[in-house]
Ligand binder design. Structure first.
Ligand code: GLN
Ligand code: ZN
Length: 762
């Protein structure tokens, strides 16, 4: 039984690659420095995996920025605008071109935009979207995969397994940059290049090659299915010496099962963590020669593998097709796992014994194999760890479980319908038409961050820190008054991050020291870990909101993060459905909402920027998700009286397919990001006759550019043509945390003026 690994984290145990890239980008280190760091890292990864007994050690899973971008370079899909960088006489190399595609290029009088970036399936990893033209040509333009193959072979003494994104997924994950063709039609031009690459790898001695076709776990149309059939038929015909392991992950094959098992490849990898039920279907359909790689170790979470569970699946497969046709593997690339639990020195020893990061997941594969070879003790030890988690009083809080079980439909419903609430609220607040507000955060300057760092180091006292934050808050409130904003915010200066701030105060969460996961390029996130039943031991934001309200006569919005966003941006429990964890968080947020109301806060915003990204990849699973996600929000929001106004906020995303669910959230006011799409997004809300109040963002906060009054008036007029003016609010697209003060003041001044103009015009 071969041990197969699909990919290893690149960023380094201590984010060495991030730091090396950023130094290089800042011009503070040489290309050689960066290459050397990368080489050392890669060699360590390969050695680690070989020493852990992995038979199929991946190579070419390493990347300076993103593996999809690596493919674009390898295949020569380099958009024409980068040609001046390619041919630059100033000595640009492949790496400069590569980073130009990833990050844009502003040098030597050139100003070339970066390629677009988007989410990798339902993960928090972002890839660089391939760009295709109608006349798109492909040719091998990079030696990276060959160099890594040779490098890994030298370091490990074993034949490594090159990893490539498969041709159909590569095309489908890209985008047509002109009209008049479908990117899937580029396959006949693309395939010969793949075949060249594969044959070149074979000539260097490659035996196994991993081709990732994660699109097999998506809804595909006939044309796309046919493309997959054609691609693998050709590859099989033209690369007879190679063993292809075709990988799928992040979901079940479902109706693509027949297609997948009939492809002429050597092995098929399936994700049994996400979709254990697909094993039966695959075994039922599997032809005689195909091997199976079973993804039994969770590549996307931090929990220890339950060996008994894995063994049950492995044995079932072995019985059905014979042990020699079964491999075991993580469910997907370990890219999505943090690096090494060994670096976590501050965790409670009991809890630590429930966890496994990428490094430990390799050992898990080896231990599973050892158990099958007769080492019973490993199974006993694992069972003890699993049981201690199942029964732990650190995790299981009867009162929390009871509260969730007792949730009724009424708990997820405001007392009165929106029209009644709107009347009551209008009487109470007496706001003008087009009321102005902001999304919550104001600039988190280097000063603010340094106060927090000093507090952490013990260089300043908690009291001193609080005073600094108070002064910054008060200054920001006075500024908002001077600018003439209608509804004020406190600025969120006391928060490091909108999820971490709440996680740190709720029971059931823990934080790691080094649990970083790559999000995009050199950007990493360190998600909190939800390990136990979630409850709220004390008020979280009341003191700051109350303070903020005490320094102004204006309405001060309370500011909370919603349950789905907290869930989505954390590592979650795998011992209960996500919906239950969401409800536990929802009850905790609800208590905070009620406490804010009792403390005299009249408007409360519950941010849900991540609700869209939790949407399942398969259409037929979406309704169920949206049901519980919307309900969790409603539970959080519905503990207050009619006169208390609930706001929510979502960042830019394609809402078209979920407007009715956004409406079902029944927030009194929603603010959304729309300015970059010129209010296009509002058309969906208008088409649906969205009934509640809405603040479509009138300016883009991602850029320091100060918008003019006229352009914001134009956007407001556009909005007023689509939705009733009495329901419209005026606000920026998102929080102002990443902006500087000068552009923030100037932009808000113009925004207030735009609202005044719009009022006069209606
Ligand atoms: N209230 C948060 C802020 O203003 C919202 C951030 C977000 O939508 N991502 O920063
Ligand atoms: Zn936002």
């Amino acid at each position: 039984m071969l041990l197969n690994n699909l990919g290893y984290p690149r960023i380094g145990a201590r984010r060495e690659l991030k730091k090396a890239c950023e130094l290089y980008w800042a011009g503070k280190s040489s290309k050689d420095d960066l290459y050397n760091t990368a080489k050392t890292l890669r060699e360590n990864y390969w050695k680690t995996q070989a020493q852990a007994g992995i038979d199929l050690v991946p190579c070419n899973d390493f990347s300076f920025y993103d593996h999809v971008l690596d493919m674009s370079l390898l295949l020569g899909a380099i958009p024409a605008r980068y040609m001046p960088v390619v041919t630059d006489v100033k000595g640009n190399t492949e790496l400069d071109l590569y980073f130009a595609m990833a990050r844009g290029y502003q040098k030597d009088g050139l100003d070339i935009t970066a390629m677009e970036m988007t989410k990798w399936f339902d993960t928090n990893y972002h890839y660089i979207v391939p760009e295709f033209t109608k006349q798109q040509q492909f040719k091998i333009c990079s030696d990276k995969v060959f160099e890594e193959f040779n490098g890994a072979r030298q370091v490990t003494g074993k034949i490594p397994k090159p990893v490539l994104l498969g041709p159909v997924s590569y095309l489908l994950l890209g985008k047509e940059k002109e009209s008049g063709f479908n990117r899937i039609d580029l396959l006949p031009r693309l395939l010969p290049v793949y075949i060249d690459i594969l044959n070149r790898l074979a000539s260097y001695g490659a035996v196994w090659v991993q081709l990732d076709e994660p699109v097999l776990a998506l809804d595909l149309d006939d044309k796309e299915r046919e493309a997959i059939r054609l691609a693998y038929k050709e590859i099989n015909k033209q690369c007879p010496g190679l063993k292809i392991v075709l990988t799928t992950y992040f979901g079940a094959l479902k109706e693509n099962t027949e297609l997948a098992v009939k492809l002429p490849v050597c092995a098929l990898h399936i994700d049994l963590v996400r979709a254990p039920e697909q094993l039966d279907a695959v075994l039922a359909a599997i032809p005689e020669k195909l091997s199976l790689s079973l993804g039994v170790v969770d590549g996307r979470n931090i929990w220890k593998n339950n060996y008994a569970w894995s063994l049950e699946h492995i044995r079932k497969a072995q019985e059905a097709i014979g042990a020699d046709r079964v491999m075991i593997a993580p469910s997907c690339s370990l890219l999505h796992s943090p690096f090494d639990l060994g670096l976590e020195t501050a965790l409670d020893a009991g809890i630590r014994n429930w966890m496994a990061f990428a490094r430990q997941k390799l050992d898990e594969l080896q231990e599973l194999k050892a158990i099958l070879d007769g080492n019973e003790q490993l199974l006993v030890t694992n069972r003890e760890a699993i049981q201690s988690r199942n029964l732990s009083s650190l995790i299981h809080k009867q009162d929390v479980k009871q509260k969730v079980a007792n949730i009724t439909d009424a708990d997820a419903r405001r007392h009165s319908a929106f029209t009644t609430r709107q009347r009551v609220q209008q009487e109470r607040f007496q706001l003008p038409l087009f009321p102005t507000t902001t999304i919550g955060s104001f600039p988190q300057t280097a000063d603010v961050r340094s106060w927090r760092a000093q507090l952490k180091k013990g260089a300043i006292s908690k009291q001193h820190y609080d005073e600094l934050i108070k002064a910054e808050t008060e200054r920001t409130i006075k500024l908002q008054e001077a600018l003439g904003l209608d509804v004020l915010v406190h600025g969120e200066f006391e928060r490091n991050d909108m999820v971490e701030y709440f996680g740190e105060q709720l029971d059931g969460f823990l934080f790691t020291q080094n649990g970083w996961v790559q999000s995009y390029g050199s950007r990493c996130v360190k998600p909190p870990v939800i390990y136990g039943d979630v409850s709220r031991p004390h008020d979280m934001t009341v003191r700051w909101s109350q303070y903020a309200q005490s320094v102004t006569q204006h309405i001060m919005k309370g500011m909370l993060t919603g349950p789905v966003t907290i869930l989505q941006w954390s590592f979650v429990r795998d011992d209960q459905p996500r919906s239950i964890t969401a409800n536990q968080i929802a009850l905790a947020i609800r208590e905070e909402v009620v406490a804010l109301e009792a403390a005299g806060i009249r408007m409360i915003q519950i941010d849900e920027p991540a609700i869209r990204e939790g949407l399942p990849l398969r259409r037929d699973e979406r309704a169920a998700y949206l049901d519980w996600a919307v309900k969790a929000f409603r539970i959080a929001a519905s503990g207050v009286q009619d006169q208390t106004q609930i706001h929510t906020h979502m960042c830019y995303s394609e809402f078209n397919d979920m407007i009715e669910h956004i409406a079902a959230m029944d927030a009194d006011v929603i603010t959304i990001e729309t300015s970059r799409s010129q209010m296009e997004l509002l058309e969906a809300f208008a088409g649906f006759k969205y009934p509640n109040e809405i603040g479509p963002g009138v300016y883009d906060i991602h850029s320091p550019r100060v918008p003019t009054v006229a352009e914001m008036v134009a956007l407001l007029e556009k909005a007023a043509a689509l939705l009733p003016a009495r329901n419209l609010w005026v606000n920026p697209d998102c929080g102002l945390k990443t902006r500087g003060w000068s552009e923030t003041e100037a932009a808000l001044k113009n925004m207030v003026q735009a609202a005044e103009t719009a009022r006069q015009n209606v």
